[in-house]
Design a protein around this ligand. Sequence first.
Ligand SMILES: [Zn+2]
Length: 239
Amino acid sequence: MRIKELRELNNIQQKELASILEISPNALSQYENNKREPSIDTVSKIADFFNVSVDFLYGTSDITTCKKCGLTYCPLIPQDRIVHAQLHSSWEAATKKYGTLYSNTVENERLKAENRSIVCDPSQSLEDRYNAQKIIFKCLFSRSLDASNYSERHVDFNTYIAMLLNQESTKKHLPPELYNKFVEDYGTQPGIPNGETYFYPYNDNSPVTIAAHFDGDEYTEEELDEIRQFAEFVKNKRK
Ligand SMILES: [Zn+2]
């Protein structure tokens, strides 16, 4: 087990950790030296305290997924720990600013699949389908924020929805009654090219810079026009 490694990496004394885990220092010492096996309850306490998976704790896996921000990293690699710590604090600031985020990829995919079946089920009420679609938008929003490393320049959730509603692909995939209700509530706004779900924040308002952030994909004149319109919109908003 990696108790000692984790404890030393986090600069915690044996006595201190034992008191946090509500066990005797002697018991902890025996766990660390593999002389005794901790109970399942203690194992999960240790994993929670160090924010690592049980698999990582047992050494069956060298990576762990942060239970809070959902980022996967190796706690044994100093550089990985630093990168995670930085992203984690950006993620924390983002959840304060934008509300609940579905940052864990597995959870995100599960939520999307679950809610998609509600959206597509005509026997459900329009309200339930609307709320299910809103969760799907939040899942996409979470991925978009993740792709921008939780940048503070990312648009807020309402603006993000308006940007997706502006796309032909969203209109095509949503049942008309739902699409219309969303447009009524959020409006439409250019900013994310058709078929894309990531919003890329940028440093200046020039359309060239914005286009450059879309990873060198080729865009139709129409899509580039959307990007330019959005640049105009942002410029006016900042005045
Ligand atoms: Zn984290």
